[in-house]
Design a protein around this ligand. Structure first.
Ligand code: GCB
Length: 601
């Protein structure tokens, strides 16, 4: 049960109490908290909102850019009549955590973007207030995901040196729940779909519930039970099934009961199939062209903290441009994003935090030089592989039942040109292939050195995702015609390989300041962003095997400081405040006009 991936629900058998709110917080730069007894309570805490990244609240460099151990603390009341098993569930703690309840260690977890479940049935006291303390740490290394390092400054202070282009936001960035379940709770379920004429077959398996009889009900949007199954595995036939369609979602409610009301779990599910067929991505047997964004969880003040309000605005902006898809670059997002995508009929390429697998502070810069950094040749690799596999398995366990998830991205821009990389990723892919009951396509995003004649890993993928910046990092501004020639030369090489798989552009874009206009255009102006886009569209439209375009990025976002970043990455189609740049209108115009099954025949 400690690893149940199920999202908390509240019903007659279960309790779910939100612990979000104002917690207490303390930095521990010398890492002395554990020895000093902090698991039992923090000596000099300040207040800290949960969920949120801690960085954006502070007014000093030392606090905003803090690297090392830091602690959170709160209390929770556990009612006498709470269900028998009691858990704390953190949507995530970035990047690693040890959880203490009343001074007793109840869980530890590596990885900052997936849930932590801590069994506190024994450690927590009923009818009393209980102390909850979290020791967190946000250091980066080459054996954990995402990859990076830190630098020690002359005064002993550490600063973060990510090998990736996003600010190393940390903290309790997602919701925390106190969860109660019966002792033999339902711990997991999986679904597989097959269409049979107008009907759908829904194969299910259920875990947990002890020896109690299990019943499964599928309830339609009007509340009618349309199918019922008995036992921990079975097949439901849904007559005249109402399919979950792209940007036209229909959700049923799956209700699982163990014993006579002993445990009850329910969640919204969508009936749809996903398949790759040659160059096409098929949803319910019909080709779909992916239109949308690489995103980040990133906003003013809350940093990478989850906010329903920000998510709502983002979906409204994405829908307004006619998008149908986004990639959770470069880490699994808060679960609520997937719930909203399920409701809105959005497609998600779900990505593990395998970013920075190239030795460079910001891998886009290394990509420019083309220098080999021996990343997969070092002694840290076995540990990194273990962590990578762990996060792939936790991500697929968490997200497998969302109809919105159509593919798993197992990396972003690693160094893929060596035999070492091939060996490494062969293991990651072989492992991932054993995990998803729906066998969704596996992919990863390749940067420009993963060229058709150099990459050793592209054939591991069911769908090839390319991040390309011809006209920005390569031959930008007045050289844009040359950029197009180089771009087409690369695409011709891919075409010559006659690979029978879809290609999707998971990144392309230009940094653009929302304040800059210039005629004729210059790089960084809104006019240049538009010209760059129309050159890119021309290339995409020339190759049938290109089956999607996810622009980088949905919105401007925070990064580490550097000469190529103006208070962050400005490749947003929207500003960080989610207002449109001119490019948003360009996308709206194009995507609304593209036929639903563009390049589908
Ligand atoms: C990339 C990375 C992404 C960066 C982007 C950029 O290739 O995947 O994380 O933010 O380029 O803007 O340079």
């Amino acid at each position: 049960m400690n690893s149940s991936p199920l999202y908390p629900v509240q019903n007659q058998a279960r309790a779910a109490v939100s612990l979000d709110g104002l917690w207490r917080f303390q930095f521990d730069p010398k890492g002395e908290g554990t020895a000093a007894g902090w698991p039992g309570g923090l000596p000099a805490p300040i207040s800290m909102p949960v969920p949120a990244s801690f960085s954006e609240f502070f007014t000093t460099h030392e606090e905003r850019d803090y690297v090392g151990d830091f602690w959170y603390e709160t209390e929770f009341f556990l009612p006498e009549n709470f269900p028998e098993k009691v858990y704390l569930r953190f949507g995530s703690v970035t990047h690693r955590a040890v959880i203490y309840c009343n001074g007793v260690e109840v869980a530890r977890h590596e990885g900052g973007f997936l849930p932590i479940l801590a069994d506190v049935t024994d450690a927590a006291n009923r009818g009393r207030r209980n102390k909850l303390v979290v020791q967190a740490n946000n250091e980066l290394s080459e054996s954990t995901l995402p990859c990076g390092t830190q630098k020690e400054m002359p005064d002993g202070r550490k600063i973060s040196k990510p090998y990736f282009d996003l600010f190393n936001y940390s903290g309790i960035q997602r919701s925390v729940w106190l969860v109660g379940t019966p002792k033999d709770a339902i711990t997991d379920y999986s679904l597989q779909y097959e269409l049979d004429g107008a009907d759908a077959l829904v194969r299910y398996t259920v875990e947990g519930g002890g020896d109690r009889p299990v019943q499964v009900f599928l309830v339609d949007a009007e509340g009618n039970t349309v199918a019922r199954g008995e036992g921990k595995a079975g097949t439901l036939r849904v007559e005249d099934a109402h399919l979950w369609q792209v940007r036209n979602a229909y959700l049923y409610r799956l209700v699982i009961e163990a014993g006579e009301g002993y445990d009850l779990y329910e969640e919204k599910v969508g009936i749809r199939t996903v398949k790759i067929d040659g160059h096409h991505i098929l949803i319910n047997g019909k080709p779909v062209y992916l239109k949308g964004y690489g995103k980040h969880e990133d906003a003013d003040i809350i940093g990478r903290g989850f906010s329903w309000a920000v998510a709502k605005r983002d979906f409204e902006c994405m829908k307004w441009t006619g998008a149908n898809c986004f990639r959770t670059s470069h880490y699994p997002y808060a679960e609520e994003w997937y719930q909203m995508a399920d409701e809105e009929g959005f497609l998600i390429i779900d990505e593990v935090p395998a970013v920075g697998m190239m030795r460079s502070t910001r891998n886009f810069a290394a990509a420019g030089t083309g220098q080999y950094t021996y990343f997969f040749e070092t002694p840290t690799v076995p540990q990194l592989l273990e962590n990578h596999k762990q996060q792939v398995s936790e991500m697929i366990a968490r997200d497998k039942n969302h109809p919105s998830v159509i593919a798993w991205s197992l990396f972003n821009e690693p160094e893929t040109t060596s035999e070492y990389a091939r060996r490494y990723f062969s293991k990651v892919f072989a492992f991932a292939r054993t995990l998803d009951p729906q066998n969704r396509p596996l992919t990863g995003a390749f940067e420009k050195n993963s060229a058709p004649d150099k990459c050793r890993c592209y054939d591991l993928c069911d769908m090839i995702c390319l991040n390309r910046y011809y006209g920005w990092y390569i031959s930008g501004g007045p050289e844009i015609d040359e950029a197009e020639q180089k771009f087409r030369a690369e695409m011709d090489k891919w075409a010559a390989k006659k690979l029978d798989v879809p290609f999707v552009f998971t990144e392309f874009g230009t940094d653009t300041l929302a304040t800059e206009h210039k005629l004729p255009s210059v790089m960084w102006s809104q006019e240049y962003q538009d010209e760059y886009l129309s050159m890119n569209f021309g290339v995409f439209d020339s190759y049938d095997f290109v089956q999607g375009e996810l622009v980088w990025n949905f919105a401007d976002f925070q990064t580490t400081e550097g000469i190529m970043r103006v208070n962050g990455n400005k490749k947003g189609v929207f500003t960080r405040q989610r207002q449109p740049k001119d490019a948003a209108f360009v996308f709206k115009h194009r995507w609304e006009a593209l036929p639903e099954q563009y390049k589908g025949n």
